[in-house]
Design a protein around this ligand. Sequence first.
Ligand code: ATP
Ligand code: MG
Length: 558
Amino acid sequence: MADSGTRPTNFIRKIIDEDLATGKHSQVHTRFPPEPNGYLHIGHAKSIVLNFGIAKDYQGTCNLRFDDTNPLKESIEYVSAIKEDVRWLGYDWQGEPRYSSNYFEALHGFAIELIEKGLAYVDFSSQDDIRAMRGTLTEPGSNSPYRDTDVAVNLAEFAKMTAGEYKEGECSLRAKIDMASPFMCMRDPVIYRVRHVEHHQTGNRWCVYPMYDFTHCISDALEGITHSLCTLEFQDNRRLYDWILDNISIPCHPQQIEFSRLNLEYTVMSKRKLNDLVVEGHVSGWDDPRMPTIAGLRRRGYTPSSIREFAHRIGVTKMDNRVEMSLLESCIRDDLNDNAPRAMAVLEPVKVVIENYPEDKHEMLSAPNHPNREDMGVRELPFSRVLYIEREDFREEANKKFKRLVLGKEVRLRNAYVIKAERVEKNAAGEIETIYCQYDPETLGKDPADGRKVKGVIHWVSVPHAIPAEIRLYDRLFKEATPAGDESLSDSLNPESLVVIEGYVEPSLMDARVEQGFQFERVGYFCRDNKDSVGDKLVFNRTVGLRDSWAKMEAQDN
Ligand code: ATP
Ligand code: MG
């Protein structure tokens, strides 16, 4: 069931419905096949929700398969992070995680089968020559001089490749298909190459590695996948996917179906570019809360259900598009609005002294954790004579629109009393240091007795009880909706994507669990950082503001 309460339908689910109705399949089997060369990002989440979601809804199964055919860029760190992220999103794969490298033996056998059938040959042309012979979109390619080598010679040469007798780049195994095909991927694609490198799963067992296109379809078939869902850039490669499975002895032939990738405004989505941001030090790591990675979003305070909800709201189509960041933000805002406990924190404090409140008195007030969820209970909130309020919540003079504290006027302190500002004390620089007030002891939880109307409500923290905390105000990583191309990626970064301030939080937040989202009343949604908030040090990350401040800014610009 979708989180929004209705089962999401899309063209892929319609195909599956039909395959089940016609009896083509009795059970659905999908897979999610990341390459372990980086952390998962929100684009992957779209694919995860699609693949695992379909398996769940149709009582089928979904495999997690690491597509690990390029040992140079892959690592175990990424394998572990990917497993953790998929689980955190709320999904579980069938059995053990799979690895394409589990199939290296079988893949090698299928390569030999193609050679034996005269459908693959060892090519000693250089990579440049192979490229030059490929032709163009308008010109057919030309045949390699090695294209018609005898089967027996090809078998012997492939055996030598496999035995490590050739250097990298000296030769490769190519499928013999059609150098004049309108699909470039069908012009005798390389299916095996020499790589003298250690593999994170198979060690030094192999020095030839299968190419992605050859590996992917066979891995799908070996696992009995029914619907192989991938992104649109593989549309042409579907011909190769089908050709390979049609020409080897394998009983299963999954159906490849393509859908459009997720692109998101104000960020980048390719693992290579995200890796650059990490390596060049523009962010603190793959889990920096500004990153569009699952680990980053998690640390920022996104919940698994908000990300699943996002995937449902964007849907699955074949149309290329760029989704507004505000859509992602509204998913977490809606979730936290309903589910996050409320708390109070003052980010830029100014002191209030309530002169008619006894100096040695402290009282425990009771505050609801959520305005309309009684099930979330109440908490104790200490109140005393000296408080912090937000500097911007006070003005010496203001018009009626300013519904906060003004000299000579009243305002309600959230969860507490009505106070009236009497006078201020300033420092030498003319900045207000202290606001002196009077409180009305009859106004706890009720309006003033004589019918005075108090419209404004502000938040506060009791100074003797206030806990200092580092507050990280995160914003969008890029200042442009569509960050510029490769070279100038760092020029597009938003210099204000992270502002760190020292604020004060109410004492109940000392026990905040990491990643638990809170609404700091009137300020925004925050969660305790899952890495740097250790020991006595409290660190809170801003997940998202209370309202869509970007939409407001953009509206003003126009
Ligand atoms: P990247 O360009 O970020 O490296 P990729 O496609 O190379 O992406 P893989 O690890 O190969 O990354 O992807 C695993 C699966 O996730 C694939 O099925 C892929 O189609 C899907 N996927 C990756 N990026 C997106 C995206 N932006 N939107 C939807 N699905 C995606
Ligand atoms: Mg890839």
